[in-house]
Ligand binder design. Sequence first.
Ligand code: MSP
Length: 668
Amino acid sequence: MSAKITLQTHLFKELRTMSCHKKSYITTPIYYVNDIAHIGHAYTTIIADTLARYSRMSGLDTFFLTGTDEHGQKIEEAAKTRGKTTQDYADEISATFKDLWDDFDISYDKFIRTTDADHMKGVQKAFSVMYENGDIYKDTYKGHYCISCETFFPSIQLVDDEFCPECGKSTTIVEEESYFFRLSNYQDKLLQYYEDHPNFILPKSKRNEVIRFVEGGLQDLSITRTSFDWGVKLPAEIDDPKHVMYVWLDALMNYVTGLGYGTDEAKMDYWPARVQLIGKDILRFHAIYWPAFLMSLDLPLPTHIAAHGWWTRDGEKMSKSKGNVVNPREVADAYGLDNFRYFMLREVPFGGDGDFSQKALIDRINSDLGNDLGNLLNRLIGMSGKYFEGNVDSSHVAKYYQAELDEVHAVLNTLEPLLFDMQIHRYLEELWKPLTVANKAIDKYQPWTLMKEGKEEEAMALNGLIAAILAKVSIMLSPVMPAVGKKISEALHFTIDNDSWNRMIKSSELLAPFVLEKIDPLFPRIEAPLLEQAEPIDETPKEKQEKKPEAKEAAKEEGVALIGIDQFFQTSLKVGTVVKAEEVPKSKKLLLLQVDIGEEQPRQIVAGIKEWYSAEAMLNTQVCVVANLKPAKLMGLKSEGMLLAAKDENGLCMIRPEKPKTAGTPIG
Ligand code: MSP
């Protein structure tokens, strides 16, 4: 009972703050520049864009921030692999994100880069404030670090004492002097905050996860590194130049430095954010570290941290090695940007994982969009054209169809909270109900019968009803499908903006009389998949750690940096004999090999060669092995080396010694 009262009081308080708070600040995570954008990035950005568009339309002073995360060891290494300076590399990849968002008409107000001078100043300011508050102290960090996840892990969390529990890659042991943030001091304050703000973390299931994690105990957080350079230096007054800031401290601060924190603070009145969108993999950083940093800075916390789920493709995890990564640009080009936006937002309950398949996308386009929405507009064009030379007049709608109007308005009134509670799929599901009301009204009242019976006024009112429903739906649909909203509103001779939203959604006004002209179908039927196979997109260093042959290909395209003979000899190449070979269950590409390279035990090597070599064909053959690679995990199997192979458009062939050689013979 008392929990219920707290929840209600809290919701009431939140609603009150929201209504006084006329500003709406929406953010996406900032994307690492070691990868070009894929469907996961597009999904987060499109949800945020939808919320920002709705906020603006509903009259809130809105600021929408996105950008790129460019510091840290991972980026430094990625640039090195490509033989580029880190800044050049960051510039190049950051521009690919910005270009994509521009081409996708993403309505961001600022694109922040963590290499921006203002951002770096702001982060230094934040460090100074936390330091002065006594939340930062210096000590030594000893533990494991996963470069790919840019995360420290205590030994007990590692898999097989070595591998990252998040991504499965090998971790590095770090022992270095470090500054620490007193995260442990915030455990109780955070738990109290979660309790007082039940909607802080959305969806609820994720909130419970976070609470359980924090209840398990928080350790202080290492927030500086000394073993590499590519990061924000500590503030001058701390005078410790060998340290750079931990990439997550640097990155999280973007949400306030993007508003000028620490420099020109004019936009800081947009803070706190209304919704900060993230993927579930970075929830811990946003729901634990970020609020603790904000508490230390004495800044209010965002209203919602909203974590979405993971996208797979045709039921499988996307990865470059499988060549099944969904390239958003390619999908939008083939199927239409708005259709792609609708599909992603309608298909998956927010927070759940989603599967991309062309079949599912085509079904949504043909059915929801084509049959329900597009067809209704066609019916209106048909009716008004046939009986009234295109004229639509709403004057008598209320006289004949008040029940239908009431039904439609009742639904429309419930929509906005669904959107900001991150129930976007439900928002769209509900938004389709007025379309059903409209289609049913045509079937029930039959304009052709009305006309036959001489009930012209009633038939015209039906026309007006259908047009009004289409107009109202197009307003509420426009944050999700801006181009489609615009097309429908143009056909119906009105403009979607705060004024029409106020008149037609908040009040129950209808359309002024107009003449409807024929327009091309909005959603031509799609009979077969339009993409043969989505192009694998650019190689990422993340994957490169496990996929050296393709990493080499990528480097070749961009010009490989020259190396000295010493560097070459850092790679240990050996002749190996395959003593056991089998298929990796459920994998189309992998073989599991035991390769004798003259050591006590054969090495286990997982090789992506099954498309070209059967297990039998590999057995008892000789291969060239890279013997000093850090072990990696592929499909959960440890791989302790790599085989040399050459691949061109005709396929792949192994590189083997010309004559049999003793296993373990060095190659050089
Ligand atoms: N740079 C950090 C975020 C710092 S925010 C202060 C980062 N970047 S990321 O580029 O790796 O990921 C950005 C977002 O993309 C995350 O929200 C992540 O969840 C999302 N996705 C990455 N792959 C995804 C899928 N396959 N599916 C859905 N979203 C995914 O993390």
